[in-house]
Design a protein around this ligand. Structure first.
Ligand code: A2P
Length: 357
């Protein structure tokens, strides 16, 4: 069986990588449509050595499409994905549009793959920072239980899209050339003020919500809880987050402090559990200065964990450093990996009681 696939947002930072990850996946592709805004229509992109012309997205773009991989922003997903589902396409969405919808499974294949079978036409990818954190924490949770997570993120510019990444490079160049840096996108497009990221740190990702948290922090808290409490039957889990944009082009870092239920778990137990788990590689050898770094994680599909050490004063509590390519595991690869599972489990079909919105 082969599938007609469409990539919505194919020209973006994530979309371009979806094309590449799909070409290197087990998904049997009969045809591929590359969809973007009118601005990119006519542009050519390559898939498995074949040139494909990018088309402007309309509702009719999804006629005869079996599988949609989407990363064109929340508004485009809200507008087009219900239309695609109506036309019989199963959609894996990388935006935040449907993540918290109880009818939409929120899936990281290494963590809660059994949720895929409950889909009604749309499957959501969690936020990039949530994905890499749960990949590292899920095996620990399964073995030792989890009571609390306190995370601080160090998030790359590319998480805000290709134009934000371009803006960051221009700022770095202008700074080194002794010119004034300009900022029109970061910290977040659409907000009132903009600040340079180059040679700076921006403790704002997405817009501010209630009680002084940003939407990115809100996403990390609530998406982690949706996965751990609903899908993995955690009985109680406290999560809090601080999200910071750092002047790194690709790959997010996270300082994760967590408390397990089993107070007898040692740092060696946590390391062994993580090194045995799928999708996460342990890089933890302080004697040889081995630990995860964004430059080394770029272009890799897996999540890297290291610096695992016990809190010296609170038993059962640990510190850990987690890094992953935010555009791959945090986005394009997680999407394509979900698509591979859907194909393997013969789930690329829309049920009769499909998602209505
Ligand atoms: P385009 O390049 O034509 O603007 P990024 O996350 O890197 O900013 O990329 C966003 C992607 O989503 C791009 O491919 C962009 O296309 C696409 N996109 C943005 N808005 C829409 C829309 N309303 N309809 C279809 N594609 C869109």
């Amino acid at each position: 069986k082969e599938y007609n696939v469409a990539i919505l947002g194919a020209t973006g930072a994530v979309g371009m990588r979806m094309v590449d990850q799909l070409a290197n996946s087990t998904v049997p592709v009969k045809s591929l449509k590359l969809l973007a805004s009118a601005h990119s229509a006519g542009k050519q992109m390559e898939f498995k050595g074949e040139k494909i012309t990018v088309e402007e997205t309309t509702n009719d773009s999804f006629d005869n499409v079996d599988l949609v991989l989407a990363s064109a922003g929340g508004a485009a997903s809200k507008k087009f994905l219900p239309e695609a589902v109506k036309r019989g396409a199963v959609c894996v969405d990388n935006t935040s549009a449907f993540r918290m919808d109880p009818e939409v499974p929120l899936v990281v294949p290494e963590v809660n793959p059994e949720q895929l079978k409950n889909h009604k036409g749309i499957i959501a990818n969690p936020n990039c920072s949530t994905i890499q954190m749960v990949v590292a924490l899920a095996p620990v949770f399964k073995k030792y239980g989890l009571k609390q997570v306190i995370v601080s993120t160090y998030q790359a510019a590319s998480g805000a899209g290709q134009s934000a990444l371009n803006e960051f490079y221009q700022q770095a160049k202008d700074y080194l050339d002794g010119k004034q840096m300009s900022a029109d996108i970061l910290p977040t497009a659409g907000d009132k003020k903009h600040y340079p990221l180059a040679f700076n740190l921006l403790p704002q990702i997405d817009v501010f919500e209630d009680e002084g948290y940003t939407h990115e922090e809100w996403k990390m808290i609530h998406e982690t809880k949706k996965i751990m409490l609903n899908d993995m039957n955690a009985t109680d889990l406290k999560v809090t987050a601080t999200c910071v944009r750092v002047p790194v082009p690709i790959s997010h870092g996270e300082s994760v402090y967590f408390e397990v239920e089993d107070k007898n778990a040692s740092a060696d137990d946590i390391k062994k559990t993580i090194s045995d788990a799928a999708g996460v590689t342990l890089q933890d050898d302080p004697d040889h200065q081995v630990y995860p770094q964004p430059l080394n994680a770029e272009g890799k599909r897996e999540t890297f964990a290291g610096r695992i050490r016990p809190d010296q004063e609170n038993k059962g509590c640990f510190n850990m450093w987690v890094v992953a390519d935010n555009l791959l595991k945090g986005a394009a690869w997680n999407t394509v990996e979900n698509a591979e599972r859907l194909v393997d489990e013969d789930l690329v079909r829309v049920p009769k009681d499909h998602y209505q919105g």
